[in-house]
Design a protein around this ligand. Structure first.
Ligand code: 5GP
Length: 176
């Protein structure tokens, strides 16, 4: 069940605007490719890239998901790869939430092997207390406690992605 609204719609939009300003300043002189990690980051990705004043190339990558549980399996499988050549480019990986960091660490390693000039990470949400691997986050919207959240792209068993706000979700008997 949706337990508590943690981040209101206008607050999310405000966080994204601030991130866009920071990233815009960083984009000067770069040859950027923004890579969205599907599916969760797609709402954040479109809102963020539309606020940038620099032209950027966009692409998409999909790693395996949690399925119908709230725990990461720790092994990431690539479901969909990017289609652009990122060699020599400035890559910005855009992620919805960084929990253990395992997914992101794998995606970063995979993309680095293709010789981009730089790789940076943009995350809307981060749960630092849950981290299992040390993965550098260059731009973070907001840090949250160890709670399972849904909305603004984040799902529980593919539901709730289109909520415009972020809620804590607690699985109940209806999810068994
Ligand atoms: P990590 O590999 O960092 O443990 O997890 C990364 C992925 O797990 C995120 O991209 C997201 O899909 C999912 N995830 C982690 N924490 C949450 C959460 O609180 N809510 C939802 N809906 N997904 C989460």
């Amino acid at each position: 069940m949706l337990k508590e609204r943690l981040i209101a719609e206008d607050k999310i939009q405000q966080i994204i605007s601030t991130l866009a300003e920071e990233i815009d300043a960083d984009l000067e002189g770069r040859d950027p490719v923004f890579i969205c990690i599907l599916k969760g980051a797609v709402f954040f990705f479109t809102a963020l890239t539309q606020r940038l004043h620099h032209g950027v190339v966009v692409d998409f990558i999909q790693a395996s998901s949690y399925g119908a549980t709230t725990e990461s399996s720790g092994t990431v499988t690539l479901v969909k790869d990017v289609t652009v050549d990122i060699a020599g480019k400035d890559v910005y990986i855009v992620e919805d939430i960084v929990d253990t960091g395992l997914t992101l660490a794998d995606v970063v390693a995979l993309l680095r092997a293709r010789h981009p000039r730089t790789v940076q990470v943009v995350a809307l949400l981060s749960k630092p207390s849950r981290r299992k691997v040390d993965v550098a986050l260059d731009f973070v919207g907001i840090e949250i406690e160890d709670r399972f959240v849904v909305g603004f792209g984040l799902d529980f068993a593919e539901r709730f992605r289109n909520l415009p706000e972020i809620w804590e979700y607690v699985p109940g008997p209806e999810d068994a």
